[in-house]
Write a protein that binds this ligand. Structure first.
Ligand SMILES: C[S@@+](CC[C@H](N)C(=O)[O-])C[C@H]1O[C@@H](n2cnc3c(N)ncnc32)[C@H](O)[C@@H]1O
Length: 299
């Protein structure tokens, strides 16, 4: 077992390139996740890193070497294992939607804090997760904050199907539903106007020209719709800022992720819309604004 581990380790040290936005993937966590997969257990790199390695049969060792080869050739680890961890929760993951990124946990944690604050004054919270992808944000909030009802949506039918799988996987069918929708288009009714306590969104925010130049591991394996925010990257964000207040309740908040460098301009967009009273930002460890939260101006 030790010998096989070291062999793959050396191979990975020489040949594996790990993307910067997957800090949880190291040579060791990658081997552990693939090792478990070969054994027949689907685990994310985050989860596998915490567990002991099972004993593999001869056939499973061959499977492990094949998986390692595929990883070196650029297949994302999360697609080989079928799992990605987000906010401590294991999610199903495949080509149908973006692989949830560690950096989006800044948004998830900030949204969770807001939920807790709102929950001090309200018993049942209505949340929306627009641009839901695999469903990770809305589902993590539903999982970690009881007494929440989540309405998720995505323009991509594939993403909606994966979110449905994750809703069942996490047994949250009673509190989370998902529809295919261009942002809020499927929610335009009395049932939703003015009723939502928190809208969370990780929108596509990369400019179309940059999307064309993305790393091939991402470009080949993840849907471009997850990244492409139009000419300057702000197409969806602008609409989100403009349309959210219609759905927010009196004390409701919109909270969303922005790209590196977009923060100050997007804060100005929120201010200029005259629809928000408090505007807050949250930064990453390098001090870059990565999340903006804005509360609706009370009428
Ligand atoms: C950056 S991904 C985020 C996925 C997921 N929320 C996450 O954090 O991993 C953006 C998502 O927005 C969806 N999307 C793009 N344009 C949209 C639109 N106009 N309306 C709704 N969803 C859209 C994409 O299909 C993709 O799933």
């Amino acid at each position: 077992m030790e010998e096989l581990y070291q062999k793959i380790r050396q191979d990975f040290e020489r040949n594996l390139s790990i993307l910067e936005d997957k800090p949880e993937e190291t040579v060791d966590s990658t081997i552990k996740a693939l090792w478990n997969k070969a054994f027949g257990i689907s685990l994310s790199a985050t989860k596998a890193a915490q567990l002991p390695l099972p004993q593999l049969s001869e056939q499973q060792k061959i499977t492990l070497l094949q998986l390692a080869e595929k990883r070196i050739s650029g297949t994302p680890l999360a697609h080989l294992t079928g799992r990605q961890n987000f906010m401590g929760i294991e999610f199903r993951c495949d080509k149908r939607a973006l692989i949830p990124r560690k950096e989006t946990e800044i948004l998830g944690q900030s949204a969770l804090e807001l939920c807790k604050k709102i929950a001090e004054k309200k018993t049942i919270l209505n949340l929306m997760d627009v641009c839901c992808g695999s469903g990770n944000l809305g589902l993590a909030l539903a999982f970690l904050q009881p007494d929440t009802i989540v309405y998720s949506s995505d323009l991509s039918p594939d993403a909606v199907a994966l979110t449905k799988d994750n809703i069942s996987f996490l047994n949250l069918n009673k509190r989370v539903e998902v529809v295919q929708s261009d942002l809020f288009s499927q929610f335009e009714s009395d049932e939703f106007w003015g009723e939502i306590d928190l809208i969370v969104c990780n929108p596509p925010y990369i400019s179309s020209s940059k999307v064309l130049k993305m790393n091939s591991e991402i470009a080949v394996n993840e849907p471009s719709m997850a990244f492409d925010g139009g000419m300057i990257g702000l197409k969806v964000i602008q609409k989100l800022i403009q349309d959210s207040p219609r759905f927010l309740s009196g004390n409701g908040w919109l909270i969303f992720e922005v790209g590196l460098g977009q923060g100050p301009f997007v804060i100005q967009l929120c201010e200029k819309s005259n629809q928000y009273q408090q505007i807050k930002s949250f930064t990453d460890n390098d001090g870059h604004i990565r999340v903006i939260a804005a509360s609706k101006t009370s009428t």
